[in-house]
Ligand binder design. Structure first.
Ligand code: UDP
Ligand code: MG
Length: 312
């Protein structure tokens, strides 16, 4: 096989403080891999400027060359969209692409291990953090809770893996068929199938600049992730309604006993009964409606039903 061409996709939002360093580190990694004969010569780096407010785009323009390309989005579209934009650009230019953050937190030293896993046949290689030593305790707890919830709700999601991953050209082509607006790549990629591997790395400190994911955005992203992968919360509404109805039965017996033993004031019995029954019926009704909306929601995503790995 000819040596594979690799494209690094680097989303950038207000990263002027770190970009020159990032570029020299990534270029030297590519050069090293080329010299060792692991990857082909046309390998490249693509910076996707998510419409930064600082001089990020100017820096990218200056850095650009045959090996270094830049794309600038017409408006600030978010990290996930920037990644997709990069993938669309490289899909016909490489054999595999690797998405990596601009802040060097995704350890560039692991690139060679990732490429190695790809050369051994991995079509999707996840960079998984070994630990969360560089995170504060809030982030550690919320991250653990998030991955647990995601899995508990039935979306297969690799724990402690963000967006540091390698995808072969074929996997990228498949991924680009998912046309949904609410992009949560971490949830979609595992659905692609094929041979998937993981490599482990230590997440480093951000070298310069500051995080673009403060707590509020992080929480929004998490809710997006959950609601774009599962309709189970809706189903829970239905079962909550069932629970209310059952409780209503129990309470019904209780209030009727009180009523006939004359130990209540006028109107109490009917009031309590209607509160519980009506709430139960309402919740169950909402659950039923939600079930249909959930179906519509899944249909409009137009996700591929299956794909074929090999034919003989
Ligand atoms: N990023 C982006 N658009 C955004 C937010 C972030 O392109 O709206 C990029 C950012 O420049 C960086 C990567 O996505 O390369 C990850 O962001 P960040 O390091 O701020 O996230 P954290 O590591 O703090 O979770
Ligand atoms: Mg970061």
């Amino acid at each position: 096989m000819e040596k594979p061409v690799i494209a690094l996709i680097v989303p950038c939002y207000d990263e002027e403080a770190i970009l020159p360093l990032t570029n020299s580190v990534l270029l030297s990694k590519l050069e090293d891999l080329e010299k060792r004969g692991k990857i082909g010569e046309g390998s490249l780096i693509v910076y996707v400027d998510d419409r930064s407010n600082d001089s990020t785009w100017n820096i990218i323009r200056k850095l650009s060359s045959r090996q270094v390309r830049g794309l600038r989005l017409s408006r600030h579209s978010g990290h996930q969209c920037a990644l997709i934009a990069g993938m669309e650009y490289v899909v016909d230019k490489c054999d595999a692409c690797i998405t990596i953050d601009a802040d060097l937190q995704d350890d560039p030293d692991s690139l060679s291990e990732m490429v190695e896993a790809f050369l051994e046949g991995g079509e999707i290689v996840y960079g998984v953090r070994k630990g969360r030593a560089t995170d504060g305790w809030i982030k550690r707890i919320t991250a653990a809770a998030f991955y647990k919830t995601m899995r508990g709700l039935g979306a297969d999601c690799i724990g402690n893996h963000a967006d540091y991953r390698l995808l072969t050209r074929r996997a990228v082509e498949d991924l680009l068929e998912y046309e949904e607006r609410n992009l949560f790549l971490r949830g979609i990629v595992p659905q692609l199938g094929y041979e998937q591997r993981q490599i482990y790395y230590d997440r480093l400190e951000r070298k310069a600049g500051k995080s673009k994911y403060p707590f509020r955005r992080m929480a929004e992203f998490a809710i997006d992730g959950i609601t774009s992968f599962t309709v189970r919360p809706v189903r829970m509404l239905f079962w909550l309604g069932v629970l209310f109805m059952l409780t209503a039965l129990g309470i019904g017996i209780y209030v009727l006993v009180r009523h006939f033993s004359g130990a209540t004031i006028e109107g109490w019995t009917s009031l309590i009964l209607s509160i519980w029954f009506c709430t139960g019926i309402l919740l169950m009704g909402l659950g039923v409606v939600g079930e249909y909306i959930g179906k519509i929601y899944i249909e409009v995503k137009h996700r591929p039903r299956f794909r074929i790995d090999e034919k003989v």
